[in-house]
Design a protein around this ligand. Sequence first.
Ligand code: ASP
Length: 357
Amino acid sequence: MTIQARISLVAAALLTITACSEAPNTETAGYGGANASELPPIGIVIHGGAGTITRENMTPEREAAFTAALTAALDAGYAILEEGGDSMDAVIAAIQLMEEEPLFNAGRGAVYTFDGGHELDASLMHGGTLDAGAVSGVRTVRSPIALAREVMENSRHVMLSAAGAEEFAAERGLELVDNTYFNTEHRYEQLQRALELLREQDRSGDHIAHADWDRAFDMGTVGAVALDRAGNIVAGTSTGGMTAKRYNRIGDSPIIGAGTWADNASCGVSATGHGEYFIRYNVSAQICSRVKYLGETIDAAGRYVIHEELLPAGGTGGVIIMDAQGNVSMPFNTEGMYRGARTSREGTVIGIYAEEE
Ligand code: ASP
């Protein structure tokens, strides 16, 4: 089944998107001139957040900007894979581009906490070794995903948080910035709207459903999953979390199993959505477990968890999934998810919206 066909199963509307299919690239650097079709498959799939992303709320300029940013991230990751590079480098390259892009809620462009700052989370997992690294609540590290890699490769730990993570970042020579570096006007306006919603909640005593939050704000967590020629799957996720979160709140994105998971024996997953649900439903690991132990396809497993488990529970969001054969699935239960894939077998596809399945 083609990527396009798979996507149409999980989000019927994808084919109404800004889709651009390219012929698979046949460059074979480092592989003795073998035809690309004889080589093991490679690919990368990315997301830039899920939520109430509708055509009505979108301008052509904004849509073009997202499409360009997603394409640039895909191409950066894919170029590394195509040169015979590894999936870890591809995931880092794609995510770092998105961290630098203010459109996304990661790095510059991260949402504001309740008290007006930024606290960033990121995680990374290698499907061959099951090594993982994660950071949460960092305020001064320009690239949280780079720090997650440092934790994985150069510490005795899997997860570091707040001051300890920042001190480790400094020791490892990562670039540190003032917290205001992450400021953007549109996220500041979102914080003001969020604070207003919270005041309303206090006045009325009515709980604000996540869907209402979601309608009010642009999401934008970023993630990538890549497969290299050696058959290694790596998954990573980076985020500013949720607008107006309490200080030191930790979402799913830095939690291995919830926001990120990779295992060559099943698949790699990066998630985006209402983190509290993704943590409780252990979404990313659960999808891979269904593939591994039930023998489900990544489509079936992703669809089950996102539509049959999360949605009835009230959890909104989506995931990107890639398996060791280079198959891609991008199920989500919101009105849109910024997403894209580029694989040696299927070329490139970019998507934003969904309609009813
Ligand atoms: N999952 C992120 C969090 O809960 C937010 C998002 O993906 O939009 O922190």
